[in-house]
Structure formats: C-alpha cells, structure tokens
Design a protein around this ligand. Structure first.
Ligand code: S3P
Length: 427
C-alpha cells in the first residue's frame, strides 16, 4: 500500500530509470548478436528482468558490473533450447518480441506469463508468425499464452498490420532476421521505432520507407547501448510539475524519440511550460533534458493520430485532464482495453473513487475539469501505470490518496516513491 499526501509543488533536478522498450530490445538483440553488447542505464524493472532471465535460460551469459550489463551474444543461431518454461511475467514486450525470435529457432520453447499477460491477445503475433511458417500453439487456438513455439524454416511475408503496435511490428521484423527472402511490415500509423533504430545500429539489413519496413536475414554485431531515461516514467513527474503551480523540475537525459514524445506536445497544448535543453543523440536515439514549470492547464482533444506516440501516458494524462479547465476528449485509444489491464475502465473507476467524474468511451475517455480530487482509497488493478497515476493524483488532491497493490510499480519504475519524496514540497 502506498499513501501519497497532497503537495504544494515539485522542485529539483532528477533522472528517471532507463527506457523499458529500449532495455528489452538491447538484451534481445545483444543475445542473438556476434560478440558482446554492453548496456549502460539498463532498466532493472521487473519487465526487463523477465527478458534477461528468458535469454539466460537460452544460454546467453550476462554479467553485471557497476551500472553496465554485459551480454555475451550467441549469434543468430546460437541460442539453445530452454530446459523449462520461460516466464515473461507481466511483460507483453518480452512475450511478443521474443516470440518473433523463437519462431526462427530450431528448438521448442514454451512461454508463459502472469495472470494479466495470459489474458492479453497473442493472435496479433501468432497470425503473422504462422504465416511465416512457425508452428505456434497456445490456449484458445493460439489467441492466449502460454505459447508453445517450434520454429525454423521461415519464409518472408509482406504483412499489413491491422493495429498500430510496435510489439507486433517488432515480432515480425525479428522473425524476418531468420526468414528466407524479404519480410516487410506496413503500419497503419507510426508506432515506436526503437526496434528499427537498434537493428540498424547492430548492422541489420533493414530499409525504412514511409510506413513500410523491409528486412532480410542478416548477422548482427554486438554494440554499446546507452539507454536514455524513459519518457513514459518521466511523464508522471511531468504531469505533477505541470499541474502544481510554482513547480519547476528538470528531468535529465530523457529519450525524446518522436514516436514516443507525444506527451510533450500534448502537455504544451494544455498550457504547460516545457523546454528542452542539451539535446543530443545516443545510439541512434535523441535525448535531452526536460524542464517543466507549473501552469494552469486547459482541456484539449487527443485523437487517433496522436495516440500511438503517447499510448502508455493516457492514464496519467487523465489525471492532468481532471485538473485542466474545459473538456479533454481522448479517442482512438481502443488499444488501452488490452494493456496490462483494461486501462479505460481502470482509470475511470479509480478516479471516480477519489471524486473525479469520467465518461468512458469504447475507445477513450472524456473528462471535464477542473474537478476537485478529494482523496481516498484506490487500487492499481495490478497495473504499474495505474498505480503511479493514482499516486500523482494524490499530490494534486485535497487529502491523501492510498494506492493498494502498489508493488507493481517495480515493473517499470523502481525507486518511484523515493524520487517523488525527493521532489515534492509539502509545506
Ligand atoms: C511497447 C509497445 C507498446 C507499449 C508497451 C511497450 C514496446 O505496446 O504499450 O508498453 O516496447 O514495443 P503495443 O505495441 O502493443 O502498442
């Protein structure tokens, strides 16, 4: 149980833990590369540790020294058959991206996950991976995990994606590393492109042309990866600063990849004062320091074009919308229904418990503000982003907000509570 008392403002300079998406990909690409990969700033959250453990089960040696994780790559065809079921825990990225790699292996593997993950849709990856020739079985005819994968002998396909999902795109591209001929994926809207950037950095033969990505089988070579701060974690602090007048925080070395940075433009449109300093690039990813100052927020419309670039930030944006003057309408976000929990219902239910009225849509949310956040007891639904969104709501509330089931914060943001304590000014 986490209890957050109201704050007057947030102030100071900090860093957030490493980017979750990039940390997963660095372990996976490192594991199937020739030579070693050194990862600096790896996120030691539960999700990425699941990926690390799965690859260790497939014979990948991992060394940890100071703040660097060293992955001894086994080459494209060097992974070995795990002698037990692999557990992706709560992590959709682990299960979906790894399934792409497993589809190219000449051994059998079984991947399971926690209760939340076993109920998330897997047909979005089993359908294209089967088309490439992988034999995959799962519950409900391959719709749900555990998945049993017997790979090898893949052939390239051209896949038109039915949903905007970086996990699906990445699974197919990673399988494409093992396929005969070309594999291409065409997106309906741009989703995060960390896989493409990292594949190129590791020497993968990938061509990007508008919404189409084409890959042919290529050996990868281990690299040094510097993981930027996770903008999805920074978002919780950004909203706290934007919504509490007189706040002034700087979050250093945050990833600013345009396919991820929708939260910056949206908060600016809502009236937040945000500036970017010290912009630079590391390992093909743009990063910079974000300074956010408190201001009066106003409601805005967020439609389907913007949604993929801030899909994980919608729970915390709902909290910002509660404090913003006017109507915030978020649409085109049906994907939220199949995240770690149904995030549309979960955020509405929990905000209502602390006094905020929310209208839910099949594909989004409507919130008219400003509303008083009264405080009270909430539950995370076992979802890290719901837990942290409610914690930030506690800072903006009239009386404390309790968050039950808050352990899940460790999935993506170890040290969240301590960092918040360090930044919040209470009197
Ligand atoms: C992720 C992609 C997104 C996101 C998830 C991480 C990734 O999921 O919600 O937290 O690392 O590729 P979808 O690809 O399913 O939209």
């Amino acid at each position: 149980m986490l209890t957050i008392t109201p704050g007057i403002k947030v102030a100071g300079t900090c860093r957030v833990p490493g980017d979750k998406s990039i940390s997963h990909r660095a372990v996976m690409l490192g594991g199937i590369s020739q030579g070693t990969t050194k990862i600096k700033g790896f996120l030691t959250g539960e999700d990425c540790l699941s990926t690390l453990r799965c690859f260790q089960q497939m014979g990948v040696e991992v060394e940890e020294t100071m703040d660097v994780i060293t992955i001894k790559g086994r080459g494209l065809h060097g992974l070995k058959e795990p002698d037990d079921v692999m557990n992706a825990g709560n992590s959709g990225t682990t299960m979906r991206l790894m399934s792409g790699i497993l589809s190219g292996q000449s051994f059998m593997s079984i991947v399971t996950g926690d209760n939340s993950l076993r109920n998330r849709p897997m047909d979005r990856i089993t359908v294209p991976l089967r088309k490439m020739g992988a034999r995959i079985e799962g519950r409900e005819g391959g719709k749900k995990a555990p998945l049993v994968i017997q790979g090898d002998g893949l052939t390239g396909i051209h896949y038109q994606m039915p949903v905007a999902s970086a996990q699906v795109k990445s699974a197919v591209l990673l399988a494409g590393l093992y396929a005969q001929g070309e594999t291409s994926v065409t997106e309906i809207r741009p989703s995060r492109d960390h896989t493409e950037r990292m594949l190129k950095a590791f020497g993968g033969n990938l061509v990007v042309d508008g919404l189409k990505r084409t890959i042919v089988s290529s050996e990868l070579k281990g690299q040094e990866v510097e993981v930027p701060g996770d903008i999805s974690s920074a978002a919780f602090l950004m909203v706290a600063a934007a919504a509490l007048p007189n706040s002034d925080i700087t979050i250093e070395a945050v990833g600013l990849n345009p396919t991820r940075a929708g939260i910056i433009n949206v908060l600016k449109q809502m009236g937040a004062e945000i500036s970017i300093h010290n912009e630079r690039e590391t390992g093909g990813e743009p990063i910079g320091d974000l300074r956010i100052r408190g201001s009066r927020l106003k409601g805005i419309d967020i439609g389907e074009d913007l949604v993929p670039s801030l899909i994980d930030e919608i729970p915390i944006l709902a909290v910002a919308a509660s404090c913003a003057k006017g109507i915030t309408r978020i649409t085109g976000a049906r994907e939220l229904r199949v995240k770690e929990t149904d995030r549309i219902s979960a955020i509405a239910e929990e905000l209502e418990k602390i006094g905020v009225q929310v209208e839910t849509l099949e594909d989004g949310l409507v919130i008219e503000g400003p509303q008083k956040i009264k405080g009270g007891s909430t539950n995370s639904h076992g979802d890290h982003r719901i837990a942290m969104a409610m914690a930030v709501a506690g800072l903006l509330a009239e009386s404390p907000v309790r968050v039950e089931n808050a352990d899940c914060i460790a999935v993506s943001f170890p040290g969240f509570e301590d960092l918040l304590k360090q930044l919040v000014v209470v009197s």
